[in-house]
Design a protein around this ligand. Sequence first.
Ligand SMILES: [Zn+2]
Ligand SMILES: [Zn+2]
Length: 144
Amino acid sequence: MPNDADNNSEVGNLCGICRAAPATCHLCEIRSGEKTVLDLCDKCMTERGNLLNWPVPDLRGARCFYCGAAATGAGMNQAWERDLRGQQIHYTCSRCLKNQHDLTLDAFSLITDGGSAEEQMRQIATIIREVDEQVRAMARRNDN
Ligand SMILES: [Zn+2]
Ligand SMILES: [Zn+2]
């Protein structure tokens, strides 16, 4: 049963830029094997999106990519994620976002360093596909 303590632990991150507002968006960037996750509030996400010429995520009416619940956060799909997911903005609810986040970090720690950039991209694409499937399966189990 959800309670306030659980909710707080899921959305406790502050925006990584202004440190004033709760983060609702996350950017996951991978460059030559380096993984960074940046959590942003709506305002900073919009500003950064404008800067980089991204579409601005609009959470109103958006649905979680995994479970279909009302989305509470959005991430920008990288090129390889767009191919897999067929959309540019990755909307999630807080529950699926947390599952995806945990699974992705676990899986990324298994990427072998020292391979070619191509090899790493191949591993990353595999991880993202498997994590997406697992998060969907977890959401289905939770709904039963
Ligand atoms: Zn901010
Ligand atoms: Zn969800």
